[in-house]
Design a protein around this ligand. Structure first.
Ligand code: ATP
Ligand code: TZP
Ligand code: MG
Ligand code: MG
Length: 269
């Protein structure tokens, strides 16, 4: 995967405008829908147990996010996930807050047990907790010790038999064999709620058009990170509010030229 291939996948997203079915949290719902629209995808949020299977089957990707979980919704996620599996629709999972409470940790582990997920995206602590590893939450260090994070991501990918994406200052995407480290992004992303959740849904949009989920994830990460850098350049000095708006604009504008200029994808060990 290089910048050119990443830009090609982004172009495919814009051309196909895939339907991304999100069962996500109440904090990020609007931002996620707007972010997917800005990128060129088609978002839908559908949570009712009565309809999630039908929606998941016709989607290009299903995104499950446990940010504000409750049992009815978790059951809907499993129904949707199983329907997506039957229909060959990729399922992307964001285990928000795994490790923070027992309920979140157990729910995250149950979802990866009951649903065949194509990719899991979270911060290092969340991914560690999904696979039963202890991970000291070291604040900013969690994303800085990229050696440890790569090892953790590979271990998780092998254990879960799926693509694993760990984000932070640098982002790691791996299937356990091939690993990409993406050095794009901007610290202001940490000052806007939902940028991780939106990224998980953006990976869904890319996975809808590129069946190699590792490539899809790497392409999503570089496109997203470059968009953040463009937004910070334009509005960063004004603060997180202006950055958030500029970031949505940048998601709609980022393309081959910007990715070739700013994209920093490293092939890892
Ligand atoms: P957390 O709860 O740890 O903030 P999250 O789910 O919000 O996790 P992040 O790891 O913050 O997800 O990732 C969201 C986006 O922010 C990614 O594109 C990532 O590359 C970017 N990002 C996070 N931290 C930094 C940083 N310090 N510098 C640059 N980009 C960052
Ligand atoms: N509380 C529950 S979910 C959520 C908050 C603040 C949003 C988390 O979003 P992200 O993308 O992990 O920052
Ligand atoms: Mg964050
Ligand atoms: Mg998150």
């Amino acid at each position: 995967m290089n910048n050119k291939e990443a830009a090609n996948v982004l172009q495919m997203v814009r051309k196909a405008s895939p339907l991304v079915h999100n069962i996500t949290n109440v904090v990020v719902t609007n931002f996620t829908a707007n972010g997917l629209l800005a990128l060129g995808a088609s978002p839908v949020m559908a949570y009712a147990q009565e309809e999630v299977a039908d929606m998941a089957k016709i989607a290009g990707a299903l995104v499950l996010n446990i940010g504000t979980l409750n049992q009815t919704e978790v059951e809907a996620m499993v129904i949707a996930g199983k329907a997506a599996n039957e229909a060959g629709v990729p399922v992307i999972f964001d285990p928000v807050g795994a490790g923070a409470t027992l309920y979140r940790t157990e729910t995250a582990r149950n979802i990866v047990r009951d649903v065949a997920v194509s990719a899991v995206r979270g911060n290092a602590a969340e991914i560690a907790n999904v696979i039963g590893e202890t991970w000291e939450i070291k604040g900013v260090d969690a994303g800085e010790g990229s050696g440890d994070v790569v090892a953790l991501a590979k271990k998780a990918a092998k254990q879960l038999k799926t693509v694993v994406v760990i984000t932070g200052k640098d982002d790691v995407a791996t299937d356990g064999e091939t690993t990409y480290i993406i050095h794009n992004g901007h610290p202001l992303l940490t000052k806007v709620t939902g940028t991780g959740c939106l990224l998980t849904s953006v990976i869904g949009a890319f996975a809808a058009v590129e069946r190699d989920v590792l490539k899809a994830a790497a392409a999503a990460l570089v496109s997203y990170g470059v968009a953040a850098e463009i937004a910070a350049e334009i509005a960063g000095e004004q603060g997180p509010g202006s950055f958030q708006i500029a970031f949505l604009d940048a998601l709609s504008r980022v393309g081959a030229e910007e990715i070739s200029q700013y994209g920093r994808i490293e092939q890892g060990e």
